[in-house]
Ligand binder design. Structure first.
Ligand SMILES: Cc1cc2nc3c(=O)[nH]c(=O)nc-3n(C[C@H](O)[C@H](O)[C@H](O)COP(=O)(O)OP(=O)(O)OC[C@H]3O[C@@H](n4cnc5c(N)ncnc54)[C@H](O)[C@@H]3O)c2cc1C
Ligand code: FES
Length: 264
């Protein structure tokens, strides 16, 4: 199987979108699925969400944070990625909802985007709240418009064009005036914990997408172990989405810190 890079777009200083030929993955891909990517034969496998899947190609959006994402960013159109395994994980499936609020921080927007797109196509009323540190980090601005009825972009730095603040403030504002059936949150662990607490307060199911270290992505290594509902689960095969109320965020924060993992 050849995984040729068909397009490459730099979205901000450190974030790239790549379309990669992978017809057999497209066939089964749904929102919420991810792939394990190895750039070179001797390289490590890393998990990346399938941001889009159409025709013969998948789109991945990734932020350069270390060795493999850096190597991936150096590949160009026409180059070939050594290995892609997927689709992996469970797709995000919520029957019979009328309103969905997708809340995503930073590169987490790459994971929120396909969820919003799928539910918008199903006729669900989607609000997309995308949070960034500053204006220079914003990406996919037009795309969020296309996959939501209402889009809010927050930035932490002062801004005339966008909402100054964070996604938690924006959610609190929305919940004052609107009905939300389900919240989907993806970002840093403290952010997802805070969003889950707000959801609980308003009795709204909050689904979070967890990002522990994944080594094989197929349930064999135990690297992605998370405590959900008092039991050990593997995020790669049991998730990566879970009911936020059941997630032991403090244990996961401590475990990720052991790997010095910070989702920025
Ligand atoms: C299900 C899932 C979906 C993801 N989707 C995306 C996405 O769409 N876009 C995106 O930019 N990032 C995504 N990530 C995070 C991405 O996998 C890591 O940023 C990437 O693995 C870093 O690899 P590296 O070699 O470049 O960095 P490294 O130098 O190896 O590590 C940099 C940081 O990333 C963490 N990390 C390293 N390897 C992994 C791993 N295998 N799993 C999780 N974290 C790791 C490390 O703890 C470290 O803090 C996802 C993670 C998960 C679990
Ligand atoms: S990544 Fe190995 S068990 Fe999940």
């Amino acid at each position: 199987m050849s995984y040729k890079i068909l397009s490459k777009r730099q979205l901000n200083k450190l974030t790239f979108a790549m379309q990669i030929e992978a017809r057999e993955i497209v066939t089964n891909a749904q929102a919420g699925h991810f792939v394990m990517i190895r750039t070179h034969q001797q390289g490590e496998r890393i998990p990346l969400t399938i941001a889009d899947a159409q025709g013969d190609r998948i789109t991945v959006i990734f932020k350069v944070v270390g060795d493999t994402t850096s190597k991936l960013s150096q590949l160009e159109v026409g180059d070939v990625v050594y290995e892609i395994i997927g689709p992996l994980g469970h797709p995000f499936a919520m029957p019979k909802i009328q309103t969905l609020c997708v809340i995503a921080g930073g590169v987490g927007c790459a994971i929120g985007y396909p969820i919003a797109k799928q539910y918008m196509q199903k006729g669900v009323d989607v609000t997309f709240i995308a949070g960034f540190k500053d204006e220079s980090e914003i990406f996919y601005e037009q795309e969020y418009h296309q996959v939501s009825n209402q889009r809010i972009i927050t930035v932490e730095q002062p801004s005339e064009k966008y909402v100054q603040g964070n996604v938690v403030d924006a959610l609190n504002h929305i919940l004052k005036t609107q009905n939300v059936d389900v919240i989907f949150a993806i970002g840093s662990l403290p952010m997802m914990k805070a969003i889950t607490n707000i959801g609980e307060h308003h009795q709204i199911l909050t689904v979070v997408s967890l990002n522990p270290i994944m080594v094989d992505g197929i349930g064999m290594c135990g690297g992605c172990r998370v405590n959900v509902g008092g039991q050990a689960h593997f995020a790669c095969v049991d998730g990566p989405e879970f009911d936020g109320r059941l997630v032991d965020f403090d244990a996961l924060i401590a475990r990720n810190q052991a790997y010095d993992y910070r989702w920025k």
